[in-house]
Design a binder for this molecule. Structure first.
Ligand code: SF4
Length: 420
């Protein structure tokens, strides 16, 4: 590797153990080459944490506000023209009557950080947007992007070290989905998430990455049991290199991460450890074996045969998971044996139909004739419960009534978090 390449593909790993989080963030950024040559007095800087739903810092689900604060302070010391902390929570948020990105800012502590530092917070689900063309797209030739992100000279992506049901892991590249306003996020799923992430990042590629690996999240992000204490901060200038190291730290092979591989190919890069220089803490001694969301999901419902096409996304997976959990907890367990569920754009050739076959969502609509169909993008959990119960001849009303009671109980237990 020549010196320039060496610095570009450098990824630092720093332990936050002794000196605290801010010191660890500073050290990680310095070891990975620092920010001064990226940020000038003319720079408009976007700091982009991962706050896809309202979750407190320290859970491993959301970027810890102390990491966001440390990075923003370092940026402010370089006196750029402007700094904004921006995010747009996941698909389904910020619609009338739904939970909002502002709640995610507040619950995570990011709103307090912004107030302390005198920084503007921006909700990308409500930002102005522009439709931009992707040159030589894999799958998404045009995409709507929050104008703030397009107008930023420097984007600093602050992902959390996490698994993901659909993309196996989520790090700096997937974190950029937050710049897609509202329903545009769904489009990426409908088209095929991995290729769409690669296309998106060719328009809004992070200029720098700082990974909150204080606590990681494995499996299905069930807090607290899926939280993995790591105590680390990662940093680097090249998203492919940082995501490669983050993937490896979780115990997965970077070659398995399709959006990373697609994006690396687009950039004429190699997303593998041979092309990364790791500095700071030794990589191997911090490597863990995170449980993948997919494996946990499959193991939990052994009687359910899920046939998922490439476009299958967290929308359908999430609603299906909620429905199966409710049926297992409150319903007739037999309804879930020898059940076939088809989602995403599965091809007819990969589908073997059983007596109990349900087809979920718009992507799978052309296979609706193979069983009982639940429409929507995604179909709502209750509709999936009704569809499965209809197929299995069991009682959906009882399951839904019990689910409502459980939801109310959980809401009463947790609503104080939203009111802080
Ligand atoms: S139908 Fe389901 S899998 Fe397809 S885009 Fe909608 S939510 Fe995702």
């Amino acid at each position: 590797m020549d010196e320039g390449k060496d610095m570009k593909n450098r990824v630092s790993i720093v332990s936050a153990g002794e000196n605290g989080i801010e010191a660890a963030v500073r050290q990680a950024i310095d070891l990975a080459g620092g920010l001064p040559d990226l940020i000038t007095p003319r720079s408009k800087v976007l700091v982009k944490p991962n706050l896809c739903s309202p979750q407190p810092s320290g859970t491993g689900i959301t970027t810890d506000c102390r990491v966001t604060e440390a990075v923003t302070k370092i940026v402010l010391e370089l006196k750029p023209k402007s700094v904004i902390i921006g995010e747009g929570a996941g698909a389904g948020y910020d619609f009338s009557g739904s939970t909002s990105t502002e709640e995610a800012f507040r619950v995570s502590g990011t709103a307090d950080v912004a107030a302390r530092l005198g920084i503007e917070l921006r909700n990308f689900n409500h930002d102005e947007w522009e439709e931009v063309s992707v040159k030589n797209p894999y799958i998404m030739d045009k995409v709507k992007i929050a104008r703030t992100a397009l107008e930023s000279d420097v984007i600093i992506s602050l992902p959390v070290l996490k698994t993901h049901l659909r993309t196996l892991i989520t790090l700096s590249l997937k974190n950029m989905k937050g710049v897609l306003p509202g329903a545009e996020k769904r489009k990426t799923h409908a088209l095929g998430l991995d290729k769409a992430i690669a296309d998106l990042n060719s328009l809004v590629k992070p200029s720098y990455v700082v990974v909150d690996a204080l606590a990681g999240m494995q499996g299905l992000w069930e807090y607290p049991q899926d939280k993995v204490e790591m105590g680390l901060i990662l940093a680097g200038r090249e998203p492919c290199a940082v995501d490669t190291v983050g993937t490896y730290l979780m115990g997965f092979n970077p070659a398995q991460i399709m959006h990373l591989q697609y994006f690396a190919a687009r950039q004429r890069q190699q997303a593998d450890l041979e092309h990364v220089m790791v500095v700071g803490e030794p990589l191997e001694s911090h490597r863990r074996s995170f449980k993948s969301g997919y494996d946990v999901f499959r193991a939990r419902y052994p009687g359910v045969n899920i046939i998922a096409g490439e476009s299958a996304c967290t929308g359908c997976y999430g609603e299906l998971m909620g429905a199966l959990t409710a049926m297992k907890e409150f319903g007739d367990g037999d309804a879930l044996t020898e059940l076939t569920v088809i989602l995403g754009n599965a091809s007819r050739d990969e589908v073997s139909v059983t007596e109990k076959t349900v087809i979920l969502g718009k992507c799978a609509r052309r296979l609706a004739h193979l069983g009982t169909f639940a429409k929507g993008c995604p179909p709502m959990g209750e509709d999936i419960i009704r569809t499965i119960c209809r197929t299995a001849g069991s009682d959906a009303d009882g399951v839904i009534a019990s689910l409502d009671r459980e939801r109310n109980r959980r809401w009463e237990e947790t609503k104080h978090l939203l009111a802080r």
